[in-house]
Design a protein around this ligand. Structure first.
Ligand code: UDP
Length: 426
């Protein structure tokens, strides 16, 4: 059994030249040159749903276009494994529940099986998130340099679960985190580097869509395009608080009776908890005809997500924990007014009262949405500033540059960019 490869299609760096600065494109070219023909493998738990998949569909083809032979493979797992990895995910974000010895054994067994199934020879293996974090233990020889890319908030982890994973993480040559605050203290980790993720401005999810096209698309899902719409796009995950969004929307409706709500959430196959929360969210909506709960099951794909974001009067991301929050990046890039939880990477993206609203409760969330509906012009001006922040910091060419700088650094090649990475290392 070979691990399932993901077909990512083709993307050309040259297409990004008008979006990224000349300096950035030059950096990418210079950093890529000595890496020509190097082999890179991305390992992750799923090719569908959530931020990692979103990032890799762009990053992998662009690494290829930069001259690196890049593969992306999905580890094999069944529900018993994903139940355990979901517990690990929740525990690393601070949940109390730890792992039983049986769960630890399930985790080790699947990681070992995946390691045995891993073939090939790579210069760099990038392991995304905790699910495949122990593959390195039994497959070290497949890659010269192993890098653990963490996409979640590890600042207040459940210590037992972190201690269980730490020896495997320590087998990697480097770790990468979204934020300095996420690097856990006191764990024997490899050198840690910091950079945020990014969105692809040219992907169907984020490409320019006219207001007319957006309303044409959301109209087909039953939305009344003459009345304001509030949307949250996210997996059905307790940390994204979809039920809190419904509660906030109910408060908004007292002041703005015409407002509608869309909760758009895909079902990731490594997320068995999602179905449970999906059902509870539908119960919380209580058959209200102005609440639309949609998912990939209703054929909501990338273009549809784009349309919902573009069409919305306000985009909400009421997370109570958040690794980074690409949905916030996506909404800002579209110049939409954003209301988002004051947590994790969201606070690096939204300056409260300047480029959007940061909230910590249902009431604050409702107040912020109402403020946007009361004064859409002010909200639009704020959102426009937010877009510039995304342009400067959170688009894919910058992400590619950071990866190339790290590869050069690991291979012992000193460049201005790798020195910068070193200087910012945690
Ligand atoms: N997403 C989507 N459809 C959905 C839900 C989410 O396409 O129904 C995408 C969303 O647009 C974003 C990513 O999945 O690109 C979620 O990334 P984020 O960092 O917000 O959260 P994560 O799921 O990684 O915790």
């Amino acid at each position: 059994m070979q691990l399932q490869p993901v077909n990512v299609g083709h993307k050309a760096l040259a297409d990004y030249a008008t979006i990224a600065s000349r300096g950035l494109m030059d950096q990418i070219r210079a950093l890529a040159e000595p890496l020509a023909g190097k082999r890179v493998l991305h390992l992750s738990a799923t090719a569908f749903g959530g931020g990692v998949a979103e990032i890799n569909y762009t990053l992998v083809p662009l690494m290829r276009d930069a001259g690196l032979e890049t593969d992306w493979r999905i580890i094999h797992g069944q529900d018993e494994f994903f139940d355990v990895t979901k517990t690990i995910h929740n525990a690393l974000q601070g949940a109390e529940r730890s792992l039983t010895p049986e769960q630890q054994e399930v985790f080790r067994r699947y990681n070992r099986l995946n390691a045995e199934a891993l073939e090939g020879e790579y210069d760099f293996v990038i392991v995304h998130d905790p699910q495949p974090a122990a593959v390195v233990e039994d497959a070290r020889s497949v890659g010269q340099y192993w890098i653990w890319r963490c996409h979640i908030d590890l600042s207040e982890p459940n210590r037992e679960v972190l201690d269980f994973l730490a020896p495997s993480i320590a087998r990697h040559d480097a770790a990468v985190f979204h934020r300095r605050q996420y690097v856990p203290s006191g764990a024997p980790l490899p050198p840690a580097y910091i950079w945020p993720p990014a969105i692809d401005p040219l992907a169907p999810k984020n490409m320019a869509l006219s207001a007319e096209d957006a309303s044409y698309i959301v109209d087909q899902f039953g939305i009344d395009v003459e009345r304001p719409l509030v949307t949250q796009v996210s997996r059905f995950d307790p940390w994204k608080d979809p039920i809190g969004v419904i509660d906030a929307w109910r408060l908004v409706r007292k002041r703005h009776p015409e407002v509608q709500l869309a909760l758009v959430g895909s079902m990731a196959h490594d997320d068995p908890e999602g179905w449970d929360l999906y059902t509870r969210t539908i119960e919380a909506a209580d058959g209200d005809p102005d609440i639309y709960i949609l998912s990939n099951l209703n054929n909501v794909g990338s273009v549809e997500v784009n349309a919902f974001q573009v069409h919305s009067a306000a985009v909400v991301q009421k997370s109570v924990r958040e690794g980074f929050g690409l949905t916030v990046t996506e909404a800002l890039w579209k110049g939409r007014p954003v209301v988002a939880g004051r947590v994790g990477g969201i606070v690096d993206q939204v300056q409260d009262g300047e480029t959007g609203f940061l909230v910590s409760s249902v009431e604050e969330c409702a107040d912020a949405i109402s403020a946007i509906l009361d004064d859409p012009e002010r909200a639009r001006l704020m959102a426009r500033k937010g877009k510039e922040h995304v342009r400067a910091n959170f688009l894919t060419p910058r992400l590619l540059r950071d990866w190339l700088a790290l590869f050069n650094l690991l291979a012992g090649r000193e460049t201005a960019e790798s020195k910068q990475l070193l200087a910012s290392a945690a």
